[in-house]
Ligand binder design. Structure first.
Ligand SMILES: Cc1ncc(COP(=O)(O)O)c(C=O)c1O
Length: 440
């Protein structure tokens, strides 16, 4: 790694020159369409991009920390959050907060869970939450910050949540259960109804991580897709995290954490008055934040309405069925059944990393699952032309692998692994630090 430190230029440059450089850098990024099923999902709807970007720009400079001074900002936030509560089958007693993303939404939920447990289960000094192995990494991360142990339960052999094992894992230190709708690695909605029954019986806090599904599953359901129950319609669900910047199509960063009632919310807020400027109260963990995403999602919700979200969901189902059909007719490819907008492709016939490598050669940068090995697709609307080229590439690459003509493996990764020379410095340093720690 270079030890040079890049310095602030002594003199400024012209607007045109800087903007030229910005545009060159932008053109070097993976195109919206080629990254569509992984890194650039939720970009590239022309009509909505223009609207949300413009709305974002109008509010970019306003600080969301001070919405109490701005009735217009409060109106946008109130309307967005009411819509979110409604989509999650909450009622007038429910509440919601805007956050910066799924990580922060999960953080806020586990923080509230821990505070609740300190009050109602004061005998527990080393709190634990029970979670299926399929649970997202950010649950582990946020629980590490909060000093909550995650007791992970292996999946059943069909990759579903093993409810018996989950129940067996509940012990004297358990304060909560985590389910996902859907979970990221396997794309299935966990048995939230059963989890809710156990949570009520044992007085545990059930948190549902619906970061991926929160804002698309309601529309899949309306379109007749059989989606297992996961929201506040399930007794026992106390909090839900749901990302507007995923299938809500909000410009990033934008997510929500939702609370069944004021009781749960009361453990969330962190009022601070032991300082020199009066009461400090924020929606979540983050302090200053741009109002851009709020304006972006408010504008999209009003531009699309329910009809637009339904049309979007319909098109995503079309993409899902097209890819599943292609896999069924292509030797070597095996998609596994999912409940929502994710789709995983495995193979019994060849090393699936070859498929990642082959698709990468054709410009598609895909993510992966390692246990068991599979390609991970975050489905999104795609222009028919790009969908066709993706399907053709899938077929061609698989055929070449089966014929022994292609042997270059790609990585099954979510992020961070496989950092190469042109990766960001922080990542290279982080990997170096981790490696050093692992060898000492
Ligand atoms: C199920 C689930 N939870 C949480 C997250 C974290 O979301 P974010 O990256 O917005 O913090 C993700 C991200 O993909 C996710 O799939």
């Amino acid at each position: 790694m270079s030890s040079d430190i890049y310095k602030l230029p002594k003199q400024g440059d012209s607007y045109e020159s800087v903007m030229d450089q910005v545009k060159t850098l932008r053109s070097q990024m993976t195109s919206g369409q080629r990254g569509k099923l992984a890194s650039t999902t939720f970009q590239g709807h022309e009509e909505m991009e223009k609207l949300t970007h413009e709305a974002y720009g109008q509010f970019l400079e306003w600080n969301g920390l001070f919405t109490f001074q701005e009735a217009a900002a409060a109106k946008m936030e109130n309307e967005v959050l009411d819509i979110c509560i409604d989509l999650m089958n909450g009622g007038p007693e429910s509440g919601a907060n805007l956050t910066s993303g799924g990580t922060e939404s999960n953080f806020n939920a586990f923080h509230a869970m821990r505070k609740w447990a300190r009050e109602v289960k004061p005998e527990i000094t080393q709190p634990e939450v029970v979670a299926p192995y399929s649970t997202h990494s950010t649950v582990h991360k946020t629980c590490q910050y909060l000093d909550i142990k995650v007791v992970t339960v292996p999946q059943a052999s069909d990759l579903s949540c093993d409810m018996r094992a989950l129940e067996d894992a509940i012990g004297l230190n358990t304060i909560g259960i985590v389910g996902s709708a859907p979970n990221w690695p396997y794309g299935t909605v966990d048995p939230i109804t059963q989890m809710g029954e156990i949570a009520i019986e044992k007085n545990l806090w059930l948190h549902v991580d619906a970061c991926v599904g929160g804002y698309i599953l309601p529309f899949f359901k309306q379109l007749g897709v059989d989606v297992p129950a996961y929201d506040f319609s399930v007794p026992g669900v106390r909090s839900i995290s749901a990302d507007l910047h995923k299938y809500g199509y909000a410009p990033k960063p934008c997510s929500t954490v939702l609370w069944r009632s004021q009781e749960e919310m009361s453990y969330h807020y962190m009022p601070i008055d032991a300082w020199a400027c009066g009461l400090y109260l924020s929606q979540g963990f983050v302090g200053s934040r741009t109002l851009g995403p709020v304006a972006g999602i408010w504008s999209l919700m009003h531009y699309w309405g329910e009809e637009g979200y339904l049309n979007n969901a319909k098109r995503i189902l079309h993409v899902k069925h097209s890819i599943m059909e292609k896999c069924a007719s292509t030797p070597g490819l095996k998609p596994w059944p999912t409940d929502g907008p994710l789709l995983m492709i495995a193979s019994d016939d060849f090393d699936i990393q070859l498929l990642v490598g082959g698709m990468e050669e054709r410009g598609w940068k895909l993510l992966g699952v390692t246990t068991p090995p599979a390609v991970h697709l975050t489905l999104d609307v795609m222009e028919e032309e790009y969908l066709e080229s993706f399907l053709q590439d899938l077929e061609d690459v698989s055929r070449d692998i089966c014929d022994g003509k292609f042997t270059k493996e790609g990585l099954l990764t979510y992020g961070g692994v496989g950092a190469e020379a042109d990766a960001p410095k922080w990542l290279l340093t982080a990997v170096e630090i981790m490696n050093k720690k692992n060898t000492t």
